[in-house]
Design a protein around this ligand. Sequence first.
Ligand code: PRX
Length: 654
Amino acid sequence: MSQPMQAQGVYAASDDFIAGAHVNADQYAAMYADSVADPVTFWAGQARRIDWIRPFTRVKNTDFTLGQVSIKWFEDGHLNVSANCIDRHMTTRAGQTAIIWEPDDPKTPALHITYAELLENTCRMANVLKAQGVKQGDRVVIYLPMIPEAAYAMLACARLGAIHSVVFAGFSPDALANRINGCDARVVITADTAPRGGRKTALKSNADAALLNCDDRVKCLVVKHTGDQTTWVSGRDVDVKAEMAAAAPYCSYVEVGAEDPLFILYTSGSTGKPKGVVHTSGGYLVYAAMTHQMTFDYQDGDIFWCTADVGWVTGHSYIIYGPLANGATTLMFEGVPTWPDAGRFWEVCAKHKVNQFYTAPTAIRALMGQGAEWVEKHDLSSLKLLGSVGEPINPEAWNWYNTHVGKGRCPIVDTFWQTETGGHIITPLPGAIAQKPGSATKPFFGVKPVVLDPATGAEQTETATDGVLCIADSWPGQMRTLWDDHARFEEAYFSQYPGYYFTGDGCRRDADGYYWITGRVDDVINVSGHRMGTAEVESALVAHEHVAEAAVVGYPHDIKGQGIYAYVTLMNDVEPTEELRKELVKWVRTEIGPIASPDLIQWAPGLPKTRSGKIMRRILRKIAENDYGALGDTSTLADPSVVDQLIENRMNRG
Ligand code: PRX
């Protein structure tokens, strides 16, 4: 699934759709040309879509030169992100639903939270944070399930100018502790337990375990969501709902600089240590709002549903910040696509008359496997547009999505972007760009993609070409740095191909100038649309007392896109047993979280290494892919016989 997809035809939106769309083909061409020819004028105009407390005079001040990388947009402007997402809508939308909350259990009623209620709840939450001493610039870790309090907490931080770092509720106590310590947060907000698919995760007890490894001063704010019993540390733990009820219903917002950080979000890289991606306030919000409106062709009054979790960037930009900045109605879903049955997504679409539906290929593939009858049961006539994100969408999944969900009448926007990019950077605009299944199509405004020769770094000037995907100039949604580690930021993104932002992805550009993302070219794999560093899984494995060495690679997986394949060398005196295999899977789940569970573990008495001791991952990848006929050059191996043994005992024979 990481292979380039072949075009199976070109699909344009209907004439009616195009006529009503924000952007048509001619407008796209003209605006795109303006956006790259004169980004200062273009973005100065676009930045007016948000409210500034103090207008900016300087639009763009960016430099990709290695050693002095610096990215600033609207730098002398002042604003407040929470005021942009809530307060400014109060005159026209106070009674409009801002958030529809659909709970895990379909028998529990959904909530319709108006903009007025969102304002009050965000203010109450902000006052609770303030009472705990949170002030501008402080970091707050949010470890919550998909409940409205997650939105209140993010917006409350933004209101106070505090920096949030949302940690996906599927992460383990260790991962949580690392993230709390990584940004020196003094407050973590969590919930008692988190129901998902009828099962519960004990979030509070995970937080308790994490806090054992954190500074004693860290406060734990607990949302009593299910009411399940938890341990309570008096003096440290705070009952959020009770405090919110007692707090004042209004809290004024602070004025922050456009370049003040809005959030940190940790993501996997090619080393064992996750990277704390930093997004700032002004440029990020302009970009999230604009892409939300244009990519999804969001029209006033539409109901927008992004199925991601707020623990990922997709949830930040397209559940919270983009939609709310646009005064949209955004749906937040606590559950999973397959519980109580495989029709849940479609039931929710029908129930809330969803107009734009945005999900990941892995979910589509999983539902496709359950049969189209689950879709046919529900009235999907409200849908106008479908979206895809997180990994390349294979043509089978695209066709199923188009035929059964979209009934052949909804454009599908295949949006390519990353935690680092803040919003879509290569994506169809549905009224302007015809889709080819498997292609993210064309760049968004202001984005200058280039395809480089991976070896020489030369820019490929022909239209039809392939290579590595870089971006030649900055756009407002781009990350600014890595938390407390600007040197690593430059090293990770600007050192391989000096002068460019390196995405880490390979790509092909076809004769029509369409981009086809072919997957990561670094040691990052994409499991169910979630990014996982192979080094992270390896360091978890080698932390086990019986493991001497581990090498982790991705392999094609029908549902997940890529599965996690681990080669494990045990300590000399340890027997490789089924039990130990299970124990290691469990171990990784506890060290990182369920998303990092190895799918296959192969016992490897030896790993293929060069004479200088470097593991030859290329060979391990081939064996994991069950494609060991073409191993390429193995002459530099210290001991070539290792390879035959690994092939003989390979785990994936599919
Ligand atoms: O490899 C690309 C893949 O997901 C990576 C970014 O992962 P993350 O930062 O977790 O963000 C995921 C959601 C924005 C990229 O480097 N990716 C994302 N979207 C697509 C994609 N690959 C192909 N097509 C896409 N539409």
